[in-house]
Design a protein around this ligand. Sequence first.
Ligand code: TRP
Length: 331
Amino acid sequence: METVVSGIRPTGNLHLGNYFGMVKNSVEMQRNFHCYFFVADYHSLTTHPHPADLHNTVRHVVSEYLACGIDPEKSVLYIQSDIPETTELYTFLNMLAYVGELERSTSFKEKVRSQPDNVNAGLLTYPVLMAADILIHKAIKVPVGKDQTQHLEFTRNFAQRFNNLYGVDYFPLPQAFNFSTELVKVPGLDGAGKMGKSEGEGNAIFLTDKPEVIRKKVMRAVTDSGPTEPNQQKPEPIQNLFTLMNLVSAPETVQHFDEAYNNCTIRYGDMKKQLAEDMITFTHPIREKVITYYHDTEFLHKVLSMGEEKARASAAKTVKEVREIIGIRKF
Ligand code: TRP
């Protein structure tokens, strides 16, 4: 069976963008692949979270993974920092990563712009740590959103460089994976761009948002003054609402509003009301489960111990073989 790895940084609660961008995909992959899913707590340290917050967010993300349907009996669910072997592989891969290429990474350049006071080396080598996460299990498929394709290109480059340098065919070259042909880009509610928690209050719908919060956010979504001629092309804010509706509503509902748009009778207020209710129907059962798991420390402990044990066995095997290839050998 092919191996899959994916991670989520514990930086906050998951929103619909995370869900449709990758978590849903991960859940579907459990049936056909050998899956490793983890919480990327090392990665989140680049922004220096408060220790209590970090611990809490990790708990939250694990609860969300479980609530969305990651089955700890089928998949290996673990915390990145429980697998210290990852940092050893990270050290090895750092010797193969060029500072120049890391500096050219779009997400690094983005961080330099957005947090100029904290351009730490961990930020620069973020793609190397991510490559270590993936290569430690020799995964070939990685269910991630569109924004991660460049990171996967880095992973393939490091893997290929390792293979070339040591004249081995050891690491496979992993690919981004999605069941649908296109990687999904989930838009936000502010009229432009993708859903993200850093794009401003109200732009993202979180899986654990209360119904009244969802209603409020959706009703405030950016629209325009409405179509003026039949079958007009939809401007971005409107198209975004339709894209979101496509994700959570029944096809007939989408069709209804699409027709209303095309014959210029649409009332955005009605569409938003419907969208909010369908989002609530969708997120509500997940929200309930998140709350249950979050408070069940005993269960979380059991699941994560099991994950740690399985993930470490796989990681230890890789690091042992990599050491041997590199020439780190016992006397
Ligand atoms: N960089 C990913 C993100 O921000 C998180 C991540 C870390 C990851 N390591 C990974 C994803 C390995 C997939 C595989 O979303």
